[in-house]
Design a protein around this ligand. Structure first.
Ligand code: FES
Length: 106
């Protein structure tokens, strides 16, 4: 079943990303989504490991997915302001998707 939200944001809460601050990243997304009044447009959730441990905290934004790496609280705010509010991918935070990324995975 597909989400009704315009965007889905998945913040990794796996064993490599949490020590790198992904719980704080998730909290920053929650706060900024609320501040920008995007709650109806964005579904936010923590996920298990997405096998992107080397670039944690890792964040996937759907549709796409657009894979962001090393997302700290400031990067989360920028993704909210630019990607989620203005539909502009934050190119400087995008990680090239490695070949092991499964096509068609949603
Ligand atoms: S623990 Fe986050 S990608 Fe593996």
């Amino acid at each position: 079943m597909f989400s009704e939200s315009r965007y889905r944001v998945h913040v990794c809460l796996g064993p490599s990303c949490v020590p790198n601050g992904s719980k704080e990243t998730l909290a920053a997304f929650e706060a900024e989504i609320a501040r920008l009044q995007l709650n109806g447009d964005v579904e936010l959730m923590g996920t298990s490991c997405r096998s992107r441990c080397e670039i944690g905290p890792s964040v996937n934004v759907y549709p796409g997915p657009v894979l962001y790496g090393h997302v700290d609280d400031l990067a989360a705010e920028l993704i909210c302001l630019q990607h989620l509010a203005r539909d502009e991918v934050v190119a400087e935070l995008v990680v090239e998707t490695p070949h092991r990324w499964t096509r068609g995975r949603r």
